[in-house]
Design a protein around this ligand. Sequence first.
Ligand code: AMP
Length: 400
Amino acid sequence: MKDKKIYPYSTIGIFGGGQLGKMLAQEAKKMGYRVITLDPTPECPCAQVCDEQIVAEFSDKTQALNLAKKSDVLTYEFENIPADTIEYLEEQGFAVFPSSKVLRITQNRIKEKEFLKSIGILTADFQAVADTSGLEKTFLDVGLPAVLKTATGGYDGKGQVVLRDKKELEDIPADFFPRSLIWEEFVPFAKEISVICARGRDGQTETFPVSENIHRRNILYMSIVPARIPAETEKKATDIAKRVAEGLAVIGVIGVEMFLLEDGTLLVNEIAPRVHNSGHYTIEACYTSQFEQHLRAICGLPLGSTELLSPAVMVNILGDDLNSEQGLLSNRVNCPKTLRSVISGVLKITGANLHLYGKNEIRTGRKMGHITILADSVSEAIRRAETAAGFLGRKGKEDD
Ligand code: AMP
């Protein structure tokens, strides 16, 4: 089954039905595939555009098998799917891309950094911390300032604390223990960048143009493409992403997040075994989007050109931007009031493409949508993105 090419009219099964699943499904529908998603939340974003939803927990192996039997190929849209579920399906002979092996490495920050080290790729200094008693020793070995992260389950800044002072060891959230933790040196990076890389079943790799990413409170705020970095750094970043994809022998798209230091050194921070928020710009700005590329890779079809058609800036719309309306939307027919004014403003900006994910609950830090703005130059795209950010109630400075 793993070698069979999966042509349109076949069925793609997606674990996870958030915005990444939705955009994957939209691309799959464009290409003529059927799509089924498995997600515990009824009417999740992906379910709004796909053919069928199986409402189930990701740990439910019976329902996972049900999805597998209905699908010709399986994939996932986020890395916190239990690797056991994916391995179970592989043992039954089903094709899941990326594999459970890739998932096991990338869903655990310790395994991920050890893997990177094993293939000679630089990361922040790190040490695994097994329990509270190990904290003092790690503090001495790696030092401060540091970022203490849960090894599994964290995303968008959840499950991590910055430690600047020894006294702050006492403020570590109680739910960090007895979990496995990783202590990382705090990297004083000059910029954060990422590279989306696809690897096909034949081993061919293709990278998308490097994205320069600006985070606020650990959540991606803005992606700028092309990244404002020297050509040699771009080449280095692209080579690193390819080496990671090859080292993992991944099939599908991965997102490789990196820290760029003042002296040009690149450290890999994280690998996402899936399509990535910093690659949303590819929908409008590249010949092939990251979503289509992922589908091409997992279906055994030729990879597409990743050439950039236009400079682009992506701005995330977070639940925070709709602050007055946190909570469950009682009626989906009613668009939140704050969103209406955002929509009216943003749609007047030349080159703006508005994506709203259709989530029924607004929460702080939750990704509700994004805007991708195209322009003839990066500086003009940033200027327009700042205008868009102004409609989101932000101060509108890319770096504040
Ligand atoms: P992560 O969940 O590892 O992607 O971290 C989210 C964000 O926190 C990153 O994009 C960085 O802005 C910041 N961050 C994570 N790890 C470090 C580190 N070791 N040093 C400095 N900043 C970090």
